[in-house]
Design a protein around this ligand. Sequence first.
Ligand code: ADP
Length: 260
Amino acid sequence: PTEQVLSVQLVPFDSTRKLLLSRDITQLDRVQTVHRDFIANVSHELRTPLTVVGGFIETMIDIPDLDAATRSQQLQLMYEQTQRMQRLVEDLLTLSKLENGQQLREEEVDVPQLMRLLAAEAEGLSQGRHQIKIGSIAPARLIGNHDELHSAFGNLVSNAIRYTPAGGTITLHWRAEGEHGCFGVEDTGIGIAPEHIPRLTERFYRVDRGRSRATGGTGLGLAIVKHILQRHQAQMVIRSRLGEGSEFSVKFPAQRLLTD
Ligand code: ADP
């Protein structure tokens, strides 16, 4: 990054260069701030579960004859915290792989089959607390990476479940919109206030940290979704009404579609 600034300084001074230089530095500052914030966030996210686990281990060392019920309760809590750290590390690895920008491994993805898989997984996650519906599926094949698309759509579906109280409905659909194909997840959940919507795909941005954590969120899901969709030249649109529900829809360009 420092080199970038130096090389600009070598250019003879004129007013346009001066403008460029200040813009480069502003850009550089922003990148450095984002990087610093990211490291601070990761450290913070790991510190909390580590403190909890460390505390319980200390109790077990200090009180070796702890009664069985307390001991088993503490082991359960320790297990939950390690699961949380594991999810975070998995998401960080996924993000880092995506950011390395390896070329997309393309294949033909059978959309109706993927939708049925997502609905089955949603049933598993919801455990009967929500109604899971498949709205419409226009037959189509998508040129893209199956695992990445599965992960992006799966993240949207699991969010819909996590942010919808029991008794709500989650609807999945795939629509043809002119030349485009559109994947959508609609929920009747808590909704999102308009001011939060533009920031949701930022790493670790959450509307309600406590609720996200309590439902097993890492705060990285939508950042991962954004990367995957960019690699597929797809656009995500978020519509939401606070207290009524949200719809996340993803539009794929015509060149990624093969219609039967
Ligand atoms: P998290 O792990 O916290 O869910 P995400 O990146 O997946 O992280 O989402 C970021 C934030 O966006 C969430 O913390 C939540 O506040 C909000 N959000 C995402 N999906 C929904 C939804 N379907 N309904 C309401 N809020 C949502």
